[in-house]
Design a protein around this ligand. Sequence first.
Ligand code: NAD
Length: 499
Amino acid sequence: MRKIFNFVDGTIVSGGNASLGDVFDPNLGQVQAQVCFADQALVDAAVASAKAAQPGWAELNPQRRARIMFNLRVLIEDNMDELAHLLSSEHGKVIADAKGDIQRGLDVIEFVCGVPHLIKGAFTEGAGPGIDVFSMRQPLGVAAGITPFNFPAMIPLWMLAPAIACGNAFILKPSERDPSLGVRLAELALEAGLPAGILNVVHGGKDVVDALLDHSDIAAVSFVGSSDIAHAVYARGAAAGKRMQCMGGAKNHGIVLPDADMEQTVADIMGAAFGSAGERCMALPVVVPVGASTATDLRERLISAIASLRVGISTDSEAHYGPVISAAHKTRVENYIQMGVDEGAELVVDGRGFSLQGHEEGYFLGPTLFDQVTPAMRSYQEEIFGPVLQIVRAETLDEAISLATNHQYGNGVSLFTRNGAAARQFASIVQVGMVGINVPIPVPVSYHSFGGWKRSGFGDLNQYGEDSIKFFTRTKTVTQRWPSGDAVSDQGFVMPTMR
Ligand code: NAD
């Protein structure tokens, strides 16, 4: 059986004495490979290799570091087909979607190719008599990243690209459910010219995460995953004195006003709700039509759009989405559907019991639509993370906005309307980190930054964009005076000021 190895100090290595994990093909519901989990000694070896390599890497001028990021970008693009197939075979998302996953990561590499400009400091001439002040951004040393299963290329690249470009060494702990991409990216980075030890990959679950969080030679940890784990990771890492950014789960609302372009809105909602089998933290699993006639119209259009959805294996180029990640996750989503029924929501389309001929053991779920969902229902309050769309009806825009604002998660929200004033008011007051206006999946471009509010994010700096440069560097500020020779300044016993 194929083995997926760790990548430490520029070489592929097994996991020491730790166990193996099964990696499934979600199209078939069968084990396709085994991933070698790292033991404590291998985690220590990865950190030691990173620590030893980092000073030399940080000394390289930023333009030379950027050049290696350029090379990596080219190599990833040259290997796009192979990477997309590998990603899709472990995750189950369709090939075109897998390419989107990689492309979003490439966008971040492109952004950090500007690192010479991004880490330029600040300078003030003559801050006092003969005194100049300058600030510089220096790397932290060794940083680590812990990533979820649902974007096996994009999210590792969100983290490792800025960390490395800023002069840090980086240790990636990818999801153990689709771990191959992380290793391939590290191999390509080595080929691109990255010195051995600057990017290491260790596999595992909680044990390996804890080993990284507790390691005294790791200065910062970036985490993306579900909220309870994000919060626990944040607390443990912060208690160990590390810089932390931990992104969590989501339940994004799409609000539809009566004046929206309904045809376009329904097309947008369908892609955002069911694309990638709903396994996106920026999916739109909740739609909020404002007013009864909007609700009736939207519901009818969604029913007919759902009828034409094609669920297929991840290599089916006609399929809109593929299987979910695992048998356990499929059961979890089915349980949420039953919960919705038990709570009194109206099950309009039931995706349970879907079976794909020749792939009966695959983790497929048909699309599900609920209407008459209310904020009191647990199936509304919690993240389902599957191809399930819930309609929550509202009477007014204010009521719709407060649904998103009062929800425990605050990752993304979208409004569909032709009314500029309503859109402006919505963007200003809604308590959510990423806002779309007639844009169903408002994942910001790589030179802005990505981050949710409330239980969708712990820590104060976002992923990628300028925030990532801040996260992976620290500021040193120098106040300098060059004595001219004759004048001796007074000994100062009071706090020095620049008056
Ligand atoms: P997860 O929380 O199960 O796992 C994330 C990572 O944490 C994995 O690497 C996993 O090995 C590790 N992990 C698992 N259990 C752990 C524990 N007890 N202690 C420490 N680490 C542990 O998440 P997932 O199922 O892989 O991914 C889906 C979740 O991620 C969803 O909730 C989704 O909304 C969220 N997500 C959020 C964003 C965002 O940017 N906000 C982006 C993508 C996914």
